[in-house]
Write a protein that binds this ligand. Structure first.
Ligand code: PEP
Ligand code: MN
Length: 277
């Protein structure tokens, strides 16, 4: 049986492994990515990188070009942010993930970042998908807020047909009708994706909920459910974040999440041993 997404389609039990720096998405580990919504300056991104590394997480996130809903909000540092996050990642021995918001950013983002993020608003921006794919860098593809799983998989297919096999999918919440969470975290959809595709699938609990109190339980749920990781907005001083302050967690909470993910994984591994051993 052939799905329209020929290359993304799952054909065996194996999940494809996508290597980014020290991280291995899809190898059975749970890859935790942390960092601010936006790169704001050298000291801020260095403090974030320090906190990510201290928690034992392998990847730092930070936006240089921000797709803000309002043109009057902080739009990111632009090109100037890239060397700052690259230096912070290098100083703390972790890889970096940066969004390319437009085709014109792709070359520069690829020159600095270990992984290129394609944001939710751009999931079906075909020229951007093709351009990101052609850099050869791994691509983190976020689900559009109103995209079906098939549409997400076909968007991933645009990267795969360019010969770039390194795609990680990200559920970041879809548009719902209730206002108590920013979006609806479609955990069931993310798990269904794992059945449909061999590509690794991670969760972004930050944009999915918009609420710092929900980040830990949802990340633990993702780890327990067998997703391949989570990308979390963490700011050294959340109350001063210039972008998405309302959903940012602090470094102590991030460290706690990292250690509790390990507890969940250990508990499940022991249960496996108990059943098979
Ligand atoms: C982000 O990760 O910074 C972001 C803007 O997310 P999304 O594209 O999911 O809204
Ligand atoms: Mn954000």
């Amino acid at each position: 049986m052939f799905a329209p997404y020929r290359l993304a389609q799952r054909r065996s039990q194996e999940t494809s492994v996508v290597r980014v720096g020290q991280a291995r998405f899809g190898d059975g580990s749970f890859v935790l990515v942390g960092g601010p919504c936006a790169i704001e300056g050298a000291a801020q991104i260095d403090a974030a990188a320090r906190a990510v590394a201290a928690a034992g997480a392998p990847l730092l996130r930070g936006g240089a070009y921000k797709p803000r809903t309002s043109p009057y909000d902080f739009q990111g540092l632009g090109d100037d942010g890239l060397p700052l996050i690259a230096d912070a990642g290098a100083a703390h021995g972790i890889g970096i993930v940066v969004e390319a918001l437009a085709e014109s950013h792709v070359q520069l983002v690829a020159a600095y970042a270990d992984m290129i993020q394609i944001g939710a608003r751009n999931m079906q921006n075909v020229p951007l998908l093709r351009a990101a794919a052609r850099t050869g860098r791994p691509v983190l593809l976020k689900r559009g807020p109103a995209a079906t799983l098939d549409e997400l998989l076909l968007a991933a297919e645009y990267v795969l047909v360019e010969g770039n096999a390194n795609v990680v999918l990200c559920e970041r919440g879809i548009r719902g009708f209730d206002t108590h969470t920013r979006n609806v975290a479609d955990l069931g959809g993310a798990l269904r994706l794992k059945e449909l595709t061999h590509l690794p699938v991670i969760l972004d609990p930050s944009h999915a909920t918009g609420r710092p109190t929900l980040i830990e339980p949802l990340t633990l749920a993702a780890a327990a459910a067998g997703l391949d990781g989570a990308i979390v907005e963490m700011h050294p001083e959340p109350q001063h974040a210039r972008c998405d302050a309302a959903q940012a967690i602090d470094p102590a909470t991030f460290a706690r999440i990292a250690s509790r993910v390990r507890l969940v994984r250990t508990a499940l591994a022991q249960d496996d041993l108990a059943v098979t051993g």
